[in-house]
Design a binder for this molecule. Sequence first.
Ligand code: 5AD
Ligand code: SF4
Length: 460
Amino acid sequence: MKVLIETYGCQMNTADSELIQGILRTDGFETAHTLEEADILILNTCAVREKAEARIMGRLTNFVPLKKQNPNLLIGVVGCMAKHLGHDIVKKIPYVDFVVGPDNYRRLPAILRSIGKNAEIQTAFDRTELYAGCTPHRPRGVTAWVTIQRGCNYVCAYCIVPYVRGVERNIPAENILAEVRELAQQGCSVVTLLGQTVNSYVDKEVDFPELLRRIAAIDGIEQIRFTSPHPLGFSDELIEVIASEPKVAKFVHLPLQSASDAQLRAMRRNYTYEDYCTIVQKLRTACPQIAISTDIIVGFCGETEDDYQCTKQALLDHRFAFAFLFAYSQRSLSIAARTLPDDVPNDIKQKRLAEIIAIQQTISKEVYAQCVGKRLPVIVEGFSRRHPEQAVGNTPDFKTTLFTGGDAQPGDWVEIEIERATSQTLKGKLIRILKKGNAPQVENPIDVGISLGPTENPPN
Ligand code: 5AD
Ligand code: SF4
């Protein structure tokens, strides 16, 4: 039986889709590459905003003809929306065969083999589930997602994540190190560590800075990225490791959410705007070449015009490399949905959002334009899907860079002279190869323009 997984949402879901493929393949299932050849279709879903869920519901309704054509086709919903809506998904879309939550993927082979007339719903939390012993099925390449933490122990008022992904659980450090060592042996040199609040990672004596140091000591690993840290617990030691460890990317995605202290309090973020600024300042002082990006929510409960102006000013002041900008979307289960009125009218939310998108677009353009004329190191990660003659890589401060010329291969560090820039990419020409990598043959072409961020729809 061949399985196709469509993935929505953040990188955690991308990594989970690889995990699911791994679990199923170990059990004899195969991977389908098109809808037509699939016997089983799995949508790995996001619940973080209403729009994400609406989009997935829309996608599910598209499958009616497929199901008519092939009545044996199994269709399932897994991930955050599966946990959030559970049985309601089957009530709305009766031809959905299974609904499986983020802690129940180990059961998928058994579920798929035993499905009868009635849909199978399994969404219970299992706080012991770390997927130890399950090997994700990753495309061959030089980059890999590595999940180091599942769930979240924070309870930001707007956020549904703790209710669909459960409490924080950290993967044992020895398992992470073994996984990265194996990846390095297979020729993977760029790892991105994933967790809801990665900097709260701790396993006995190994905290997050120590984990970074231990991964950096692994031969063959060239770049270590991570997403996303929380401003709380962003320690001086972590700043020191980022600044001093050459293999750690000079890039931090640090969600601000709002620059108004009243809003931060209502959001239960547990830091002030000043705390946030102090971290940014320390990062920039310790590591002048650092690029910082952020997440912002406008129109959260009670946001006044003054609150909004603070956030807008913060974007102008910090000049983030990029930002994921959102209008607040009320999520059932969250603290805000239970205790605060969603009282900013939608037209005001949208107006604020449009304004900061335009502002950030200009800033990103300017930040990227500053690279033009410079010669920058880039680690090559693959070739562009749309323009296969162009190689794609990233600078140490995580600016996606396209270039032509030369015989650079994935895994190589190259020097690129930047000739042009957009608000999300750099373009240039190869000057020289700085260091040859140990490249595997890369399987997946790269979709340029999709950045490392927590959303299915990067607004910039
Ligand atoms: N509405 C809008 N944006 C949200 N985010 C999380 N929950 C919501 C919500 N209810 C945003 C936050 C978070 C990112 C992953 O998504 O900015 O950092
Ligand atoms: Fe956890 Fe807050 Fe991030 Fe939601 S926004 S995943 S509650 S830290």
